[in-house]
Design a protein around this ligand. Structure first.
Ligand code: PLP
Length: 485
């Protein structure tokens, strides 16, 4: 049974979208067509991209309103614009839902994306830990009162802080101190990885690195690590070195909301600041949000004007709707299914002889090491796409092919679980993937050696797999009852 299946009001949803598309077509028909085509393509695709999902019609529709027209810089009750009473209502409801859903002391729902949430959180931590004490020391209330020389000193102090995050090739995110990202430029950054033997997070190694590096901020969280993290241990390490613990749960927020990650696997009771997206496993609108302890709340609240401009009021409204959905018991069932399905997908690979980073999964991600098939991640990604299976290539720890070609394929279960896929279907997905990859070989370079990019799929394999994938998705319609004219 699909989680989004047969909404009682599916007729209403159909006519609402058909009428909306008619209105759009009257101005720019090509956009109406592309919008229809996107639904058709999403319906037809076997989507295993770990960061994607399908939001409910209620969440999607909430984004398409005149809240988009309103400027509302500031916070609830303290806006720099007049006439924000209705934005106040939606922001307050969204924040209340977020606090209740995650058991947090404070929630900030304005960030436009996960990256914005992280940038806001970093500056909030710097403001709380560096700027605040500095202003106190200088006996001034705000930065406007600083002399140019003091201002210069403060800038130096802010720019000299250290951040320790998970390395990109171990599964961390580029905003966790990766050099080309602003986080790797605004902080002195250092990274912890995973154990080279097991691929697992080694807390003793993280502790040793933290003691040596003495960071102001430790970031936990990941985009491509197929395991749970013990946040109590991460907090213990942060406390030992006097660091602020920030957890970026962008990927796994749905598993926290759905109570699959509990106790020490739930970051909220252990982190000073938690950042997240709302559109990945949480299945809400595209956006970000921040949870924090009371201590950090006043600094996070200054996200606008520190980092952000006007909030996307229509998206804050949609976050409120999605959080309300995630509070329902059915969301807990969904989240458990996401985790169970990842287990089934992993088992499907292992019993067919494929290699997985860390040997399996206990979250929603499976990281397939494709080097055993004699191809790169890029070749695997392309061959799968030709065969109707949508994934993305990803580096694996100590990847011999680097971050561009890679040796891995990252797979996630949130999207197809929303469509209603269960254990049997995910086992079949593993079978299809192994079929394709075991019949794909590297092409040759101009010099005659094996290419890392071009590839050859054995005759008929792509077409057969495409047909099998189409058969599989047809059994679990996306947005059932939604019929476009
Ligand atoms: C996806 C992701 C982000 C960025 O989210 P955007 O909304 O794309 O900006 C940040 N951190 C982690 C861990 C992520 O997985």
């Amino acid at each position: 049974m699909s989680d989004l299946s047969a909404p009682a009001n599916s007729g209403t949803v159909s006519s609402a979208y058909n009428q909306a598309l008619e209105v759009i077509a009257s101005v720019e028909p090509r956009i109406a067509e592309a919008t229809k085509q996107e639904l058709a393509d999403q319906r037809a695709s076997l989507k295993l991209i770990a960061s994607e999902n399908y939001a409910s019609p209620a969440t999607l529709m909430t984004m398409g309103t005149w809240f988009s027209d309103k400027y509302a810089e500031g916070t609830v009750g303290h806006r720099f614009y007049a006439g924000c009473q209705n934005v106040d209502t939606v922001e307050q409801i969204a924040a209340e839902h977020a606090k209740e859903l995650f058991g947090a002391e404070y929630a900030y729902v304005q960030p436009h994306s996960g990256i914005d949430a992280n940038l806001t959180a970093y500056w909030a931590i710097l403001a709380h830990r560096v700027e605040g004490p500095w202003l106190e020391k200088m006996a001034v209330k705000n930065m406007n009162e600083l002399s140019e020389a003091d201002w210069e000193k403060l800038r130096n102090e802010l720019g000299n802080q250290r951040l320790l995050g998970m390395s990109l090739d171990a599964g961390g995110h580029l905003t966790h101190g990766f050099r080309p990202n602003i986080s790797g430029k605004m902080f002195h950054q250092n990274q912890y990885g995973t154990d080279p033997e097991t691929g697992l997070l080694d807390y003793d190694a993280v502790r040793a690195k933290a003691k040596e590096f003495k960071p102001l901020v430790i970031v936990a969280g990941y985009s491509a690590y197929p395991r749970r993290v013990n946040f109590a241990k991460m907090r213990e390490i942060a406390d030992e070195v006097g660091a602020t613990l920030m957890v970026d749960m962008a990927h796994f927020a749905g598993l926290v909301a759905g109570k699959v990650f509990q106790g020490e696997e739930n970051p909220v009771p252990y982190a000073h600041v938690v950042t997240s997206t709302s559109h990945k496993s949480l299945r809400g609108p595209r956006g970000g949000f921040i949870l924090a302890t009371e201590e950090y709340a006043p600094s996070v609240d200054r996200g606008c004007p520190m980092v952000l401009g006007g909030p996307l009021s229509h998206v804050m409204a949609a976050k409120a709707v999605a959080f309300a959905e995630a509070k329902q018991e059915s969301f807990q069932t969904y989240a458990q299914n996401v985790a169970d399905n990842a287990q089934s997908l992993a088992d499907g690979f292992l019993k067919r002889g494929a290699n997985l980073v860390t040997g399996g999964t206990d979250n929603h991600i499976v990281l397939l090491d494709v080097s055993g098939f004699g191809i790169t991640g890029r070749q695997a990604e392309s061959a799968l796409l030709d065969s109707g299976v949508v994934t993305n290539r990803n580096s694996i720890p100590a990847d011999p092919n680097g971050a561009w070609y890679t040796s891995g394929i990252r797979l996630g279960t949130p999207a197809l679980t929303t469509r209603g896929f269960g254990a049997d279907e995910f086992d079949r997905v593993a079978e299809l993937i192994v079929d394709v990859l075991s019949q794909t070989t590297p092409g040759t370079t101009k010099a005659g050696g094996p290419s890392k990019a071009s590839y050859i799929i054995a005759d008929g394999v792509a077409d057969n797999t495409k047909a099998a994938a189409a058969e599989l998705v047809a059994k679990f319609p996306l947005y059932p009852g939604l019929d476009l004219a």
